[in-house]
Design a protein around this ligand. Structure first.
Ligand code: ACM
Length: 576
């Protein structure tokens, strides 16, 4: 009941007469915002001064006008006039992703230097309007979901002055579609959510021990065999874990579907980063092509159990297996046009290599040729440099196509990793565990680091979000470190990082979502919201502006948007 009162207060504050204290519901907080008095009111037909702008900028205006028409009935028209109701000015002095916005009672002025900047300005405008606009629902349709939902007769935007740009250029979300599969429509639903909160990268974890989800034309068994698990542990939010009791799959994305996702994301200014995890977490591929394992005669199966790390890894000492990895990346790069390719590199035991004659010989040769460091016969990590060397082989392939490589932090934190080799790749290091140690090593090597802390102040937002009774089963125990206030308070760049040469390599943050314990989109939403918003604010807003109580008021107001877009969410920290 209290929650409803607060939400009604937020909604009615938008209906209230002009007052400088009007509530402007914007997450992530902008760099600077001054709230004025009154509102800009759309008339039934209005103009947007984009007719003389380049097509890419006009396209942003048209997408905005389409949403306004669909949700409010007000019809926009492109105009050449400098006196349009909504004015767009290209200002090259504004940062690439930044924008300036001035909403007065008479008109709306937007300045930006790029389509991306205009896109974020329009996202902001939609976000500070009644929630049905961002939800892309007419008022009538919104009332079918929330019968009490109301807006003013003439849709309006509160008067504000905003000067905005993000704190970090990398603002990501990762979804593990290997352990459980999510449909194309579900991925689009996730992308819509990311765009509301100004995320700009979707890291798509496409392969796992439990399933290979990316169609590779040269190796069809990857999907005919590798995308089917003999059984699967599912999770029901009420009943907990249960076994499916039948094969899970075939579930994979065709190359055409991947392109569809890329296009959809592009309109939302989100780049899709495909991840093909190698040389570990690759059992689904080895079930399809055992010849690329260290033990081709042995049994290789798509894993059914959802957690864990297995020693059945790619045979990096076999040139045919290395070529297989290259071939897969070739098709990945054909399908995904973005700058980055993530090749995993996490949690890869070396025991299979230790027992394999090809890997033994490969290591001996590399050491003899001075291509990797010799850790000595007595070192229990002496095979780890094989992984570093394999990474350089994949890097050569990725670089030859003008792309950049991403690795998990084990590439620099695993004992025995050859840091000179990793440094030579210029890879971006995604840091999870030990997160800050990984970031510090990356920065010291001159490599960029993205922070996705799995531990305290957890950015692994698939973990249990609370320890209260009745909380559905998930990873972790939902203790304080996983709860919303800790996620919000977490500092991705710790105060102790003062060296500017190192600091500049902390380029962003990422919310990461593993699906060991999540088999459907509803539960995914439930765990992600509202912690995703806390990560969004870390990614975009100036650190000194952050305030949990203020954030709490805003995400509480956003529960209307969650409801309208059919998202479940955690209610533990809603404002009373
Ligand atoms: C990871 O969580 N294994 C990157």
């Amino acid at each position: 009941m209290k929650k409803i009162c607060l939400i009604l207060a937020c909604v009615f504050s938008m209906l209230a007469p002009a007052c400088a204290n009007q509530f402007v519901n914007l997450t992530p907080l902008p760099k600077q915002m001054t709230v004025g008095e009154g509102q800009f009111r759309f008339s039934k037909s209005y103009t947007v001064g984009a007719a003389l702008l380049p097509d890419s900028l006009q396209a942003e205006a048209v997408r905005f006008m389409d949403v306004i028409q669909e949700t409010t009935g007000c019809k926009g028209k492109l105009s050449k006039s400098k006196k349009a109701d909504i004015r767009m000015t290209v200002d090259k002095s504004i940062a690439y992703e930044g924008y300036r916005l001035s909403v007065t009672k008479k008109n709306v002025n937007i300045s930006a230097s790029s389509a991306r900047g205009f896109f974020y300005a329009f996202q902001t405008l939609k976000k500070i309007m009644p929630a049905n606009v961002m939800a892309e629902l007419s008022v009538v349709d919104a009332q079918k979901v929330l019968p009490w939902f109301k807006t003013t007769k003439r849709p309006e935007i509160p008067c504000v002055e905003i000067d905005d740009e993000p704190r970090f250029w990398y603002r990501g979300f990762m979804l593990d579609c290997g352990r459980h599969f999510f449909t194309v429509d579900e991925i689009k639903h996730i992308l819509d959510g990311l765009a509301i909160y100004k995320f700009n990268y979707f890291h798509w974890h496409l392969t796992e021990d439990q399933g290979w989800r990316f169609e590779v034309k040269k190796y069809p068994r990857l999907t005919t065999v590798g995308s089917v698990a003999p059984d699967c542990r599912m999770t029901d939010m009420k009943k907990g874990h249960y076994w499916l009791g039948k094969p899970y799959g075939p579930y994979f994305y065709t190359q055409e579907q991947c392109r569809e996702i890329v296009d959809y994301a592009r309109n939302l200014h989100i780049e899709v980063i495909p991840e093909i995890d190698m040389p570990g977490h690759i059992m689904a591929a080895l079930a399809a092509y055992p010849e690329f394992s260290c033990n081709p005669e042995g049994e290789h199966k798509v894993q059914t159990f959802q957690g864990g790390v297995w020693s059945d890894v790619l045979n990096v000492g076999d040139p045919k297996a290395v070529q297989f990895a290259r071939d897969v990346l070739t098709e990945v790069m054909d399908v995904f046009p973005g700058q980055y390719v993530h090749i995993g590199g996490d949690e890869c035991p070396t025991s299979a290599w230790e027992g394999n004659a090809m890997c033994q010989e490969h290591l001996a040769n590399l050491v003899k040729e001075g291509k990797v460091k010799d850790l000595g016969q007595d070192s229990k990590h002496r095979f780890r440099p094989l992984q570093s060397y394999f990474i350089t082989q994949m890097y050569d392939h990725i670089k030859a196509r003008g792309r950049k490589m991403i690795l998990w932090n084990e590439s620099v934190t695993a004992a025995g990793a050859d840091l000179d080799l990793i440094k030579s790749t210029g890879a971006t290091i995604f840091c999870w565990n030990p997160c800050q140690q990984g970031a510090a090593i990356a920065a010291s090597l001159g490599l960029d680091a993205v922070i996705s802390e799995w531990g305290p102040g957890c950015y692994y937002i698939n973990r249990k979000q609370h320890d209260g009774e009745g909380e559905p089963v998930a990873a972790g125990n939902g203790g304080k470190n996983d709860q919303l206030p800790a996620v919000y308070a977490y500092k991705p760049v710790p105060d102790k990082v003062t060296n500017p040469e190192w600091k500049k390599h902390y380029v962003g943050v990422q919310a990461t979502f593993w699906t060991e314990h999540v088999s459907d989109i509803k539960y995914c939403d439930y765990l992600a919201f509202p912690r995703l918003l806390a990560v969004a604010e870390a990614a975009w807003s100036p650190e000194e502006k952050k305030n949990f109580e203020d954030f709490r008021t805003r995400f509480t107001a956003d529960t209307v948007l969650f409801d309208l877009t059919g998202r479940l969410y955690g209610k533990h920290f809603i404002a009373k």
